[in-house]
Design a protein around this ligand. Sequence first.
Ligand SMILES: [Fe+2]
Ligand SMILES: [Fe+2]
Length: 197
Amino acid sequence: MDAIALLTRDHREVEQLFKQFDKLTERAQKTMKKLVTKMIRELAIHSAVEEMLFYPAVRTAALKADTRAGEAASDLVLESLEEHHIVKWTLSELEKMDPEDERYCAKVEVLMESVRHHIEEEEGDLFPKARKLLGQEMLDELGKRMEKAKKLAPTRPHPRAPDSPPGNLVAGLMAAMMDRSKDMLRGLLPGQKETNA
Ligand SMILES: [Fe+2]
Ligand SMILES: [Fe+2]
């Protein structure tokens, strides 16, 4: 699977979670929390892999191309990083909240709006430009690396951490180790709440 196909598949999976959330009633708080926990995990991994591998590859190719299209792609990557930044703050607030909070649903709605907008921009604008800049061979190679990176990426949002190389590679690895240990403990310890805190 090439890099763009992999990211697009992730997008469809996240949209499925959003659709499930849209169908929930207010009383289904336990299911709501479970769904949001899944959203946090999927979005944290997806954004980390984009930031560690995909965006830097597009940006490097864009700057090397030194064309107007390249410049536009580079600007789109920068905009994407800013959109990730806002989403990560929302995710980090949500992971500390409970569905009883009167602002919980409103925050999830804003999260879903922001992510849907971001996905639209990536698929409608950034990905076609990236496909032209990188070429199929590079996209295939990148896809393989991203598939592996998904297994090692942080599973929680880290809005204060660096989001571009080399800082994010080191910080991301450390964060991933902490996140995955916490995830494992949550599964092992009795009476753990279904949260990401
Ligand atoms: Fe994406
Ligand atoms: Fe993204």
